[in-house]
Design a protein around this ligand. Sequence first.
Ligand code: NAD
Length: 442
Amino acid sequence: MKEICVIGVGYVGLVTGACLADLGNHVVCLNRNKEKSENLQKGILPIYEPGLEEIVRRNLDAGRLSFTTSYDEAMEDAAFVYIAVGTPSGDSGEADLAHVEAAATDVARRIHNPLVIINKSTVPIGTGDWVADIVREHMPDPDISFSVVSNPEFLREGSAVYDWMNPDRVVLGSTNREAAERVAELYYPLHAEMIITDLRTAEMIKYASNAFLATKISFINEMANICERLGADVKEVARGMGTDQRISPHFLGAGIGWGGSCFPKDVKALAHMAATHGTHPQMLRAVMEINYDQRKRFVTKLRDLLGGLRGKTVGILGLSFKPNTDDMRDAPSVEIINLLRYEGAGIQAYDPVAMENARRALGNAVTYCDDPYAVADGADALLLVSEWNEFKQLDMERVKGLMRHPVLLDGRNIYDPERMRGLGFTYRGMGRGYDGEGGVGS
Ligand code: NAD
């Protein structure tokens, strides 16, 4: 059993704290919001993440996991401190490190035993050295030893607990190899491949990984746009490509593109770092541009189909940035809905779990529905935006019967075009053969 403090109880911090406790460690999770902390102590979670509540409650009951807002309490016995706070985009696309700085300063002021500080937040290259400087500046006793280890996280929201417990690899970077190896011991029960590097390389692995995945999606989206002009089906193209082991089938789903709390800010931050260090990140810029164009292209498709958007009622299925999460950060739905509203369309929408966050992001200008059929009711078009499982087996005959015009725009290519057309829908996917000419009129 190790004594561990985790700072931040978001998707990464809470999952990390709960999973480390589940591996038998004693974990205190710290955040600054008293109500959040008190709720967590009762097993009430601030986020939706499949399987997380169960693991939090189990470890609360076992006395291995607790929550506090007090740094003194959280750090009392800690030998390891994880920093898992947010690193959102700053004004110029750079990562905003204000939360990391605050956490590092608060930790430094309370160091009273040898400590390993583990940076789990996604942070610009060089941040580990900067955190070490902050700690040196603020620690009360300069003779106490400490090390900083970069340990980027690769979990996916929606399967975060599984991903944390079954990582493809654990990356650890430090100027102090012994400290990195001590952190590696925390992960031994996971039997994962350990990659131990220097600090900066570990920080770069995280950005390069996210940028590569975002690139793969933008690549297939560009292929989808070409497919539409040339009469090919990108879903089959992706299948044909993905069976090649050098390519792999993952992240080859064409659609309205990526969003969420990581890819947009991380690709932007990497491009910013590159540009401010004298390189020209032209591929990263193209990757971002293609992604944002997909959202606009989706709206253009609908406008063309309906012969204009003013006065039209548009139903939206799925609001979260992807299925199985309530996270609305940089969700494509927000930009798509804003573009539609700007052109005069009325919106009715439904999401299985993100409705509360969606209300915060979109306000009252959207009619929030209780289920997918209410979204279809009286709609001139239905847009599939996030591919939740429950949308895959809808009673599409009922859906069609409820709509004013049976226009179906499938932003994630989850429906079979032939079947949908057979049911009488005007169906459009993303990159699935010729898109057809003409609209359905008004
Ligand atoms: P989040 O916004 O869900 O959570 C951040 C948490 O940090 C919140 O609980 C917030 O209250 C807390 N916090 C901020 N400043 C604090 C401080 N000074 N002291 C204590 N608590 C503080 O963010 P997240 O999605 O968990 O992401 C955290 C980091 O992990 C980011 O750098 C992100 O890029 C990275 N990451 C996220 C994911 C993901 O899927 N969400 C995956 C891999 C890496």
